[in-house]
Write a protein that binds this ligand. Structure first.
Ligand SMILES: O=C(O)CCC(=O)C(=O)O
Ligand SMILES: [Fe+2]
Length: 368
């Protein structure tokens, strides 16, 4: 009767005989009578390990995009200064008055929900085989290497410079095309302001990293209700590979960012973008603007959907610290990163399990 004690473990309470065959967390979460999560999805209890504070206490920076685009020159300078401070002190900010219609934000969330609601066999058509395939869907982050699976299903689509989209559900492709275009414009304008905040010419990043051909990836995340949210993880701590990620969500919170060794709960202001700086901004700025660690937590009540739009250099850009930032009045600073082609970086990051900033550490030149 060797299984007698084991039958008390959460893994044994799992109703399906083969947890490794899970193709979607949605199906698992919807299995009747699910009261505990399988061992395959069990992380250490985060609520005991980490200190979490709420955004009210933390006062996350808010950037008024309309002032960047059509403010007076004084207002624009002030916003650029605020952008710089937000990148330097937080690596994270909320963007309001961005001009993307609220109806488009809800349409893209509904469209992606429609994708997750497709029958499993239909989603499988868009599974993809390689991490650089333009359309991929699945569960966890990278189920072939993850040791513990995330409480998450995803759809990842390359939407620029060549636009791709799953052919189902009807209407998703049109909405995604429009959404991608509008969000890309906002990201490029923010990157102009960020260039200036670094003391560089406004188009510096746009030109140096060939953003006309920049890689833009739509990442839709589905986090269904979880019976033991304190033991599960939507996405474990990581930084994003690109320059800037613009996130929108369906009104259900779950994103946390790391600041001063604590986790800050990010709330859910309607009609705003949550923006975080990525590894390639850290590389380009030679460490002045660090990519921010973040993670997604889950809850036991409501399904959360988030749409992250990642904006990176063109795939063939070799990114290294801007030479202009290595010269200062105090003399020359050493480059903190070796150059790497963005395509190689992306492949490396997506092929491994998510592990904090371990990918960035591979191009970091450690001080001797
Ligand atoms: O769902 C979220 O809030 C975060 C998603 C995320 O970090 C990502 O897709 O890279
Ligand atoms: Fe992320």
């Amino acid at each position: 009767m060797a299984t007698e004690t084991a039958s008390l473990l959460p893994s044994q309470a799992f109703p399906s005989p083969a947890p490794t065959k899970i193709t979607s967390i949605k199906t698992l979460a919807e299995s009747p009578g699910l009261t505990s999560i399988p061992a395959t999805h069990t992380f250490a209890p985060q609520h005991l390990l980490d200190q979490v504070i709420s955004d009210q206490e933390a006062s996350i920076p808010v950037i008024d995009y309309s002032l960047l685009i059509s403010g007076t020159s004084d207002q624009r300078s002030k916003i650029i200064h605020e952008l710089g401070r937000a990148c330097q002190d937080w690596g994270f900010f909320m963007v309001i008055n961005h001009g993307v219609p609220e109806s488009l934000l809800s349409s893209i969330i509904d469209g992606c929900k429609g994708f997750f609601d497709l029958p499993e066999e239909e989603k499988q058509e868009f599974k993809g085989n390689h991490v650089l395939d333009p359309i991929r869907s699945g569960t966890s982050f990278n189920a072939s290497v993850d040791k513990i699976f995330c409480w998450r299903d995803f759809l990842k689509v390359f939407v620029h410079p060549v636009f791709h989209s799953p052919t189902k559900p009807a209407g998703l492709s049109e909405i995604s095309l429009e959404y991608s275009k509008r969000v890309r414009e906002v990201a490029r304008e923010l990157l102009k302001g960020i260039s200036e905040s670094l003391g560089l010419e406004c188009n510096y990043i746009d030109k140096a990293l060939n953003l006309e051909q920049g890689k833009q990836i739509l990442i839709a995340n589905l986090y269904p209700p979880c019976p033991q949210p304190e033991l599960a993880m939507g996405i474990p701590p990581h930084s994003d590979h690109g320059l800037l990620t613009l996130l929108t969500q369906n009104g259900i919170g779950g994103l946390q960012i790391q600041r001063n060794e604590k986790w800050v709960n990010v709330g859910t202001l309607p009609n705003c973008f949550l923006v975080n700086t990525g590894d390639h901004l850290e590389i380009l700025s030679n460490g002045r603007y660090k990519s921010v660690l973040h993670r997604a937590m889950v809850n036991n009540k409501a399904t959360r959907i988030s749409i992250a739009m990642a904006h990176g250099p063109s795939l063939d850009s070799v990114v290294s610290p801007a030479p202009e930032l290595l010269v200062s009045s105090e003399g020359n600073a050493a480059a903190a990163f070796v150059g790497m082609k963005y395509k190689d970086y992306l492949e490396l990051q997506q092929s491994n399990k998510l592990d904090g900033k371990s990918c960035l550490d591979r191009v970091r030149i450690s001080a001797v």
